[in-house]
Design a protein around this ligand. Structure first.
Ligand code: SAM
Length: 511
């Protein structure tokens, strides 16, 4: 079954993906450049993604991973990384972590499979040496230059250098002869098609003059019923050039300048900072897999690979360490393909009170993100403005008739105790962020004064219905199926889709 995993791809691959079971892998890991991280790992505040990242990529982990590589009979990789430790210390931790994960990805790839690694010029040359060692240099197929945009960046990015406009996609296969390969090609231009204006039982053709020819060619064309007699004496023969056999289609080469990155008002945009265009993934998936085959993305973000694979009738496996990513993909599949949760599996997210408590203890920020995304709220740390006391997430809801919307603030509290000041902070945040109501999510039982605050907060009137201004939901009640009273339609996702177009909705995602 198609499966989404919440977790570090290293663990998920090891625990859940069999050897040689995947036809195509695409990964787009963080690039080890500030440009790419800083939205997730903003320095201003400790953010959930940052913590998840630091957990996975901390120095201790790096050294453990290096040791692991040494014991995995991967001496050459270990040797290469030891050199990078000396000559490129800035890249070393990243390369160790990536090497371990690429080794696992190699293990799960079928002998006919292909691997695409999306990176940028700051890391591509290092990563290529690592991939050469893992896949074998002869299995390197292409370095694809993806020109992200025809516009040449900010004046800062152009200062005393050429504008940096491209990413790099390294393409490897497991062997050179058996790989699945459907050469991508560009469609015919309208102008070119217009030339094929004649038609017979074999299809559309154009008339091409036969300038030089041998008797043999003339006879062959005649016997194939393709020869067109000269219109008058002394004129030249022509022959029927069929559209089917025409060389008019230009093969796609390794420089891709025809797919632009998503613009800020693109309908495809979900608000995920590093989202790639679906057309890019469609090209890769069509080229290196067939219908029914398995596509895996180990750093799947908001699920561009998953969306493209689903649309192209491939099976898929998506892995991401961020609960926000997993939540967005669930909504994306529902929105695009009307997929219900029963049509694919989600693993790694808490399924009962114990597993939720475990997540809280392991990574409080991931827990917080997981819980608010259950209500389709966007994390308040998701933008660039950092965390705020009293509110962890915000969602936009509408009544069934969609005439009235409500902005709802969510606050998550883990641990064995909660205090009155926590709910007071939520009440303050509701006012500050111009929300209509608030939901307090807690792993502990609320105290009497907290319940009094809730009772005293009163109600919010929306057309035809009243909602409590403050509500409390415990983890226990959540898993017992209880839910806060909220308007029936969550429109946060749609708001994200059209962010940039409708200011009011955009604000739901920004505090
Ligand atoms: C550049 S983004 C991928 C964007 C994606 N291609 C898209 O179109 O949405 C990188 C993703 O890697 C995830 N990530 C970082 N470390 C990870 C790990 N160890 N295992 C799985 N995912 C990880 C991040 O949460 C982030 O979503």
């Amino acid at each position: 079954m198609n499966t989404l995993y919440l977790g570090d791809c290293l663990n998920v691959l090891r625990d859940s993906v069999a050897d040689e079971s995947v036809d195509l892998i695409y990964i787009d890991p963080p690039f080890n450049s500030k440009r790419d991280y800083n939205i997730f790992f903003d320095d201003k505040e400790i953010q959930s993604q940052r913590l998840a990242f630091e957990d996975t990529w901390s120095l201790k982990n790096v050294l453990d991973s290096l040791h692991e590589l040494q014991t995995m009979r991967t001496e050459n990789i270990h040797l290469l990384l030891a050199v990078y430790q000396k000559v490129a210390p800035h890249a070393f931790p990243y390369l160790v972590m990536m090497a371990l994960r690429i080794l696992e990805l190699y293990r799960v790839l079928k002998p006919t499979g292909s691997f695409y690694l999306h990176c940028d010029p700051t890391m591509s040359h290092y990563l290529k040496t690592v991939c050469d060692m893992i896949f074998g240099k002869d299995n390197f197929r292409n370095e694809i230059i993806w020109r992200r945009t025809p516009f040449s960046g900010s004046s800062k990015s152009r200062a005393k250098q050429l504008p940096r406009d491209h990413d790099i996609i390294l393409f490897y296969s497991r062997n050179t002869t058996e790989l699945v390969w459907n050469a991508p090609s560009n469609p015919y231009s309208e102008e070119y098609l217009k030339r094929f204006k004649w038609k017979d039982e074999r299809g559309y053709y154009r008339k091409t003059l036969l300038k030089t020819y041998s008797d043999e060619t003339l006879q062959r064309l005649k016997s194939e019923n393709r020869l067109i007699e000269p219109v008058r004496k002394g004129a030249m023969y022509s022959y029927k050039q069929y559209l089917e056999e025409s060389k008019g289609i230009r093969l796609v080469d390794d420089v891709w300048a025809d797919i632009n990155m998503l613009n800020p008002v693109s309908n495809e945009r979900l608000g995920y900072p590093t989202q790639k265009p679906k057309a890019l993934l469609e090209r890769i998936i069509k080229a290196s897999s067939n219908e029914g085959e398995v596509v895996l993305d180990g750093f799947c973000g908001c699920g561009t690979t998953i969306d493209a694979a689903e649309g192209l009738h491939r099976k898929w496996i998506g892995i991401d360490i961020s609960p926000i990513a997993i939540s967005l993909i669930k909504r994306r599949l529902h929105h695009t393909y009307k997929k219900s949760l029963s049509e694919f599996e989600v693993r790694g997210t808490p399924t009962d009170e114990q597993s939720a408590q475990r997540l809280w203890k392991e990574n409080a920020f991931a827990f917080q993100d997981w819980w608010i995304t259950e209500f389709e709220a966007f994390s308040a740390t998701f933008g660039t403005k950092g965390a705020d006391k009293g509110v962890d997430g915000i969602a936009l809801y509408a009544m069934d008739n969609k005439d009235a919307t409500a902005r709802v603030a969510f606050q998550v509290k883990g641990g064995e105790k909660v205090q009155s000041k926590d709910i007071d902070a939520l009440l303050g945040a509701i006012e500050k962020h111009k929300c209509d109501m608030g939901v307090f999510l807690t792993t502990a039982e609320p105290t009497k004064p907290m319940l009094d605050t809730v009772a005293g907060a009163g109600f919010v009137k929306l057309p035809g219905f009243e909602f409590p201004k403050l509500q409390i939901l415990t983890l226990k009640d959540f898993f017992a199926g209880k839910r806060p009273k909220l308007p029936s339609v969550n429109i946060t996702f749609k708001a994200a889709q059209h962010s940039g177009r409708k200011k009011e909705n955009q604000e739901a995602l920004e505090l």
